[in-house]
Write a protein of this length. Sequence first.
Length: 290
Amino acid sequence: MTPVFDLQSHSIASDGALTPAAVVQAAHAAGIELLALTDHDSVAGVDEALAAAAELPGIRVVPGLEVSALDDDREDLHICGYGVDHHHHALTGALAAWRADRAHRSLRMTEALRACGWAVDTTEIDRRAAANRSIGRPHLAAAVFDHPDNAARLVAEGLRNSTDVLVAYLIPGTPAFLPRTTPTVAEAIGVLHDAGGVAIWAHPFWDVDEPDRVLAMLDRFVALGLDGVEAYYATFDAAQTRLLHDAAVERDLLTTGSADFHGPDHPTFRRFGAFSTHGLTPRLGPIAAP
């Protein structure tokens, strides 16, 4: 029997609002039986999450992470790793190198935001850098949105929250966006496999609109060693879910799902279990194995 699962969640180790232990507690309260903590390019919260789950009946945490990877003209495709040895030297070494690349990009994007006329409060960014925590575009967007000197301009531009700032200034094609240099999808899959995990393409339709292109990319990633796809997701409709599920079955891939929990106050990803399998049967494989 498939457990009640939710296989993406984020803590303060990346861009989530809660500590890893609090994430586990919130998932437990929501009735989740199989949880993955998948912080961006970080496994720093996994030990705390595992310890929290050991104190709660009926919930198990799978060691995981979400790697931001490059693919052709797309610089932020996400590959989730599940069942990894989160202390594996190849994994921890690669993550350190990838975080360093992101940190360097963050410095350059901070200057780009200032060149656009925004005030940027780097207090939290500097704190994260000192603690060797990942720094992503949500942190830069928050550094703009939370700065009091920007209040009038934010209202004038209709930017109601930090997500609006990110979309307006920090995605490809916007004024302050700058690309990363590593890792590629192939590199991400390879490192996850080296650490004993399986590699899953996260939320394809969040990043790519066209069904035909999603399927073409899926085939290309399978040729690189991809093990599965996140077919059930908070923002997917029934047709998108069915397409991914059927494609996975045809290719003998795993299928996972999540509400992508980031915290109770997140505008979109705030509630565990807020996704549907639309009556389809997930294929969790080793992710659900005891």
